[in-house]
Design a protein around this ligand. Structure first.
Ligand code: SAH
Length: 259
């Protein structure tokens, strides 16, 4: 697929360093005393090598979703790609699913959900803050273009969920226990409740609420540690640094007491 005007790309130098750029007809990208016209990149294929005015070479790549998320402008803290990957699997997000999410934050998780539910599905995202809704929509549009499968509701989800027959409720907000009752009302039987929380006290509270609600089963909490490796000829070992903690993921299935 060829690069288009208005698209986000990453310039990668010889050392693998990444420089994000939004392509814009007529503009010039300046870097370290060299430059290149955006028009020389628009229309080229993903993965092309370009030469700057003084001879430096860069590979230009369309960022993957995790790469884009880590470089995009953030209002709220985003969920890290390692956790988003787990959320998609443990939350069992499938094409055609109707997913209610809160809050939209910077839109990182939302983008992954939108791709997973596909055109036949829907993501209905609740967010209290107007400025976050705008930032997230800008981030989403820049990477995914128009998204007909997204509905944003600028509302407090603690006050209720205005949808029915929901397949999945996915929460990234500080007090998800306040949403357990609403989720129980709108989730279909067999539906999934999932929340992402940074601290154990929050996890205890939400698990207690899920148990007390009486219609959630298979309540499970997990965390994921991702360790990158340094691989050079004489030195193959884990990297010295890693992100030690992000958040816990709690999942539960909705069931019916009726026989
Ligand atoms: N998952 C997002 C980050 C969400 S940060 C991402 O990956 O980019 C948490 C967001 O929840 C914030 O934007 C906050 O404004 C919103 N929020 C907090 N409480 C809320 C509530 N009760 N209803 C709706 N949104 C809420």
């Amino acid at each position: 697929m060829k690069f288009r005007d208005g698209e986000r790309v990453h310039f990668i130098d010889r050392k693998g360093r990444r420089y994000p750029l939004t392509l814009c007809k007529g503009k010039v990208f300046q870097f370290s005393g060299e430059n290149i016209h955006h028009d020389d990149i628009i229309g080229k294929e993903d993965g092309v090598t370009v030469t700057m005015s003084r001879g430096s070479k860069f590979v230009v790549l369309r960022p993957t979703l995790p790469e884009y998320i880590l470089k995009m402008p953030r209002g709220a803290q985003v969920i890290y790609p390692k956790d988003i990957g787990i959320i998609l699997m443990w939350g069992d997000i499938y094409p055609g699913a109707k997913v209610v999410e809160a809050g939209i934050g910077s839109g990182a998780l939302t983008m992954a959900l939108l791709r997973a539910v596909g055109e036949r599905g829907a993501v209905i995202s609740y967010e209290v803050r107007d400025d976050f809704c705008k930032r997230a929509l800008d981030n989403i549009r820049l990477y995914l273009g128009e998204t007909k499968n997204l509905i944003v509701r600028q509302k407090d989800i603690n006050e209720g969920i205005g949808e029915e027959g929901v397949d999945r409720v996915i929460l990234d907000l500080p007090e998800p226990w306040r949403v357990v009752g609403h989720a129980a009302q709108v989730l279909r039987e067999g539906g999934i409740f999932l929340c992402y929380l940074p601290t154990v006290l929050q996890v205890s509270t939400v698990v207690k609420s899920l148990k007390e609600a009486g219609n959630f089963i298979q309540i499970e909490t997990i965390e994921t540690l991702l360790r990158t490796w340094h691989v050079e000829e004489n030195s193959v070992r884990p990297d010295h640094r890693m992100v030690a903690h992000t958040g816990f993921i709690t999942v539960a299935r909705k069931f019916s007491n009726e026989q």
